[in-house]
Structure formats: structure tokens, C-alpha cells
Design a protein around this ligand. Structure first.
Ligand code: SF4
Length: 207
């Protein structure tokens, strides 16, 4: 593990003049390390937009946990629309895709396109996502999709692979310390059905 000490604090890390970033998060347990890193340089607002999460009761659980934590550390959080019907429509025909396959790329595109659009609408300087902290997710795929969405909205996307430099281990430890609710599947109906992921600390998405 990196020797870097990461703790959660409610203190502001940057001045009001720092660039404003909209940071897409998928859930609370994936996010603390990424947020603590970014708060050093940006005024961060969290964006919870995850229409992939199924069922709705699970969505509410993850949303509430993220909102509780955002409130605790003094960061604003915006909830995107929960529109699972649209998510199912867009991923139609991809139910049998393996994880890390075409369905996941579409799922990333849905979430990052919305993040870029929201960031542009609200006048943020930059947007990003915490998705790449998971060892089950391919940063190259997510970054490519994030950049394309940024280009469409004429906004900057921060490319990152947050799992590097022990990011995954650190965020897992922080999530444990914070006592977060930890899900045991990535999010969508198909990942829930497969449920082949063993119970893991941090509750990270499986892809
Ligand atoms: S497995 Fe995860 S990333 Fe892939 S489609 Fe389902 S929710 Fe989205």
C-alpha cells in the first residue's frame, strides 16, 4: 500500500478560484480516494447518475449512501434522473454480453454523456469520473468514451486510471473505515443475475 495517508475531511482543500469539476460517481465505496485526490486541486461537485442500477430499491440504497457521505464531507451532490427504462432501451440486445464487453461500453457512454452534458449546462470547467478506480474496469475504454463525450459538449475531461498507485486498495480501506454500505454486484440486472462476484471489501463494481 502507498504510504500516502488519505483521510476524509470536511475542510476545503482549494480556494474558491480553483476550477470547478463535476465528478461522476457510481457509488459511495468507489469514491473516497478519488474525491480526496481531486479536492486538492478542484472545487468538486459530485454527480450521481446511474440509471443502470437495478432494482430501484438498490438504487435508493446507493444514492442515499452517497448523499449521506457528500453531506458529511461538505460537498454538493447532484442526482441525475433515474431513468432505467431508457437504460434498458439503449442496451437492448446486449443482455448476454460478458462483463467488460459491449454492454458495459454502452453503459459507460450513457453515464458519461450525461455527465459531460450536465457539466456543460451548469458551467463547470471540467468533468471526470471515479469509475476507473475499480480493477474490473478498463481505464482505456472509459477514458476514450469520456473524451468523446467531452468533445461533443466542448468541455474538458480529466483522464485518469484511479486504480493505479494503490488507488483501489486505498479507496477500499477508506470505504471500510467509513462504514459504507457495500453492494456485491456491479449494478445492472444482468450483473445482479450473474452474481458471481464473491463478497469483497469496498463493494466495487465488478467491471
Ligand atoms: S455490468 Fe456494470 S458497467 Fe456493465 S452494463 Fe452492467 S452496470 Fe453497466
Amino acid at each position: 500500500m502507498s504510504g500516502e495517508a488519505f483521510t476524509v475531511s470536511s475542510a476545503r482543500h482549494v480556494t474558491e478560484k480553483a476550477p470547478r469539476m463535476l465528478l461522476h460517481i457510481c457509488c459511495a465505496p468507489c469514491s473516497p480516494y478519488v474525491v480526496e485526490r481531486l479536492r486538492r486541486d478542484y472545487n468538486v461537485t459530485l454527480y450521481f447518475y446511474n440509471p443502470n442500477i437495478h432494482p430501484e430499491s438498490e438504487y435508493v440504497l446507493r444514492l442515499r449512501e452517497a448523499a449521506r457521505w457528500a453531506n458529511q464531507i461538505g460537498l454538493p451532490m447532484i442526482e441525475g434522473e433515474y431513468d432505467p427504462e431508457s437504460w434498458f432501451q439503449t442496451t437492448k440486445g446486449l443482455a448476454m454480453e460478458p462483463e467488460r464487453g459491449a454492454r458495459c461500453s454502452v453503459c459507460f457512454d450513457i453515464r458519461l454523456s450525461s455527465s459531460a452534458e450536465k457539466a456543460a449546462q451548469l458551467g463547470f470547467d471540467i468533468y471526470g469520473t471515479a469509475l476507473t478506480v475499480s480493477p474490473y474496469k478498463q481505464a482505456a475504454v472509459i477514458n476514450r468514451i469520456g473524451l468523446m463525450a467531452a468533445e461533443r459538449q466542448n468541455i474538458i475531461f480529466i483522464e485518469a486510471d484511479w486504480k493505479k498507485k494503490d488507488g483501489y486498495k486505498i479507496t477500499t480501506r477508506m470505504a471500510r473505515e467509513l462504514g459504507f454500505y457495500r453492494q456485491n454486484y456491479c449494478g445492472c440486472l444482468y450483473s445482479r443475475r450473474s452474481k458471481i462476484r464473491p463478497e469483497r471489501p469496498g463493494g466495487h463494481e465488478r467491471v
